[in-house]
Design a protein around this ligand. Sequence first.
Ligand SMILES: CC(C)(COP(=O)(O)OP(=O)(O)OC[C@H]1O[C@@H](n2cnc3c(N)ncnc32)[C@H](O)[C@@H]1OP(=O)(O)O)[C@@H](O)C(=O)NCCC(=O)NCCS
Length: 181
Amino acid sequence: MDKITTFPIPLAGYRVEGFVLEDAPRLQPLYIACTDYVMLEQGVPPTPTAAEEEFYALPPNRTAADKFIFGLLNEEANVVGVLECNRGYPEERCWWVGLLMIDPAERGKGVAHAFFQAFVAWVEAQKSARLELAVITTNTRAYRFWQSQGFEVIRTTDPLPYGINQHTLHVMRRWLSTEDS
Ligand SMILES: CC(C)(COP(=O)(O)OP(=O)(O)OC[C@H]1O[C@@H](n2cnc3c(N)ncnc32)[C@H](O)[C@@H]1OP(=O)(O)O)[C@@H](O)C(=O)NCCC(=O)NCCS
């Protein structure tokens, strides 16, 4: 993961920073603030190492060099959002969005939309053809958000274990606007 990787966001007072493992302590408070989401996914509150573990989680056949964790910082330099993604998964020219998570105090006002659109512009500049992600079928707010960002369901999984929970997931896809896609 490259510390200097970042992208501009057209939202006054916010900036995006590429995070590395050493930034995990700055990210951990966001996991605590987003206990609602961790409970929905895992069925238990965030562990003290939740942020750190995010840096080690890799999809099959991918390395840390293909993984990017972007923090969204507000004017006070507090981390109010995170976007975790993997280049080249599940196939070349596809990026997998592993997580987008916004502080509850910053939800419902277009911050996630601006953060994600800025990310899309950055990925499109790298000639990627599409984005994929998986959303828990009961996470209706996130599902609605991804639809609003142009994603469509391509398949629904069997139940999978998450912490003490089991979830079925909608795998969603969005094509990108690249000259040769
Ligand atoms: C999923 C998540 C990232 C979506 O964030 P969000 O705050 O709902 O999304 P936005 O910031 O784009 O806000 C959208 C809402 O704000 C409203 N809004 C207000 N001003 C807006 C603006 N300038 N631009 C866009 N939307 C705006 C929209 O109408 C929309 O309202 P609605 O939810 O009633 O439809 C967020 O809910 C979250 O972090 N959830 C927990 C983690 C999670 O579930 N992640 C997804 C895992 S797959």
